[in-house]
Design a protein around this ligand. Structure first.
Ligand SMILES: N[C@H](CCC[C@H](N)C(=O)O)C(=O)O
Length: 289
């Protein structure tokens, strides 16, 4: 790769979970962990909670099998450069970019991700974006989350990536959240875990704070909001797959509001904003090494 050549990028966010977007249709850039961390650095780089590389599915070994269903693969990375299976806010921003750049028609489109295909619905002129997030898994058992000298019981929830959901009385209990919460038993999450703290705001209405694996505290986490919604629904005695009644929750995050439904087939749909805020060119040396 010619390191000096300028490289196009965009910046976008979904409920203030923000991303560096790197169009790379032919899969030219092998972004190392260090290069991603550099690009996501809010001082020395563009800055973001994560990075979305936009690659044709046919040009990426992890997406080639999905190329017949989804032309584009979302190569998601956390801001520390680590790879995660799925990013719920990211896939809405990813779809917004595809339509805005004329790479996909508005309406419904499928995106290939490491968690499989995700179907997204969006209009050409902005507004809410809806993504099918698949089903949640709630393995039995509990874990304990400890941060700032306080501990809470938490529920496992997996929505393509792992979450530990703790219901608290006040979101301030979690303190400044500057350090990774300790989750015990550590064996429950060998590759780390996203941790959400949740309070009630009313019937079928919750609010969360989140400490994301690989990114730290963020203003929003789409997969985390889905995990929180399902954990709250089960706590409230709602299980559409058992009682045949779909359920919808409003989930407030520090960066905005998401509306999340679970259908009788267990499929989760999340609706929220997706905004492209800027585009420009990077000095190619930022992507090297
Ligand atoms: N940090 C997460 C990935 C990003 C999730 C979040 N940004 C979202 O919108 O779902 C993980 O390591 O599993």
């Amino acid at each position: 790769m010619d390191n000096a050549r300028p490289v196009p990028f965009l910046k976008g966010h979904g409920t203030e979970n923000d991303f560096v977007i790197i169009p790379d249709p032919e899969g030219r850039f092998e972004l190392s962990k260090d290069a991603v961390a550099r690009l996501c650095d809010r001082r020395a780089g563009v800055g973001g909670d994560g990075l979305l590389r936009v690659v044709r599915s046919a040009r990426h070994p992890e997406a080639r099998a999905m190329a017949g269903d989804a032309e584009w693969f979302m190569d998601y990375r956390n801001s520390d450069g680590s790879i995660a299976e799925m990013c719920g806010n990211g896939v809405r921003v990813f779809a917004r970019h595809l339509v805005r750049a004329g790479l996909a028609p508005a309406g419904e489109l499928a995106v290939a991700t490491r968690a499989g295909l995700r179907r997204v619905r969006l209009d050409a002129d902005g507004g809410g974006v809806t993504v099918g997030m698949g089903r949640a898994e709630l393995p039995e058992g509990e874990v304990t989350v400890t941060v700032g000298g306080r501990s809470w019981a938490a529920r496992h929830v997996n929505v393509g990536n792992p979450h530990a959901v703790a219901f608290v009385d006040d979101l301030a209990e979690a303190g400044p959240l500057r350090k990774t919460p300790l989750v015990a038993p550590g064996s429950a999450y060998p590759r780390g875990v996203n941790v959400e703290f949740v309070v009630d705001r009313g019937p079928r209405h919750v609010a969360l704070r989140v400490y994301e694996r690989g990114s730290g505290e963020t203003r929003s986490c789409g997969t985390g909001a889905c995990a929180v919604m399902v954990a709250a629904a089960r706590r409230d005695g709602a299980d559409p797959t058992a009682d045949g009644t779909p359920v919808t929750y409003t989930v407030d995050v520090p960066g905005g509001r998401l509306v999340i439904s679970e259908g009788v087939d267990g499929g989760i749909e999340m609706t929220g904003p997706a905004v492209i805020v800027a585009e420009g060119t990077l000095d190619g040396t930022l992507l090297a090494g």
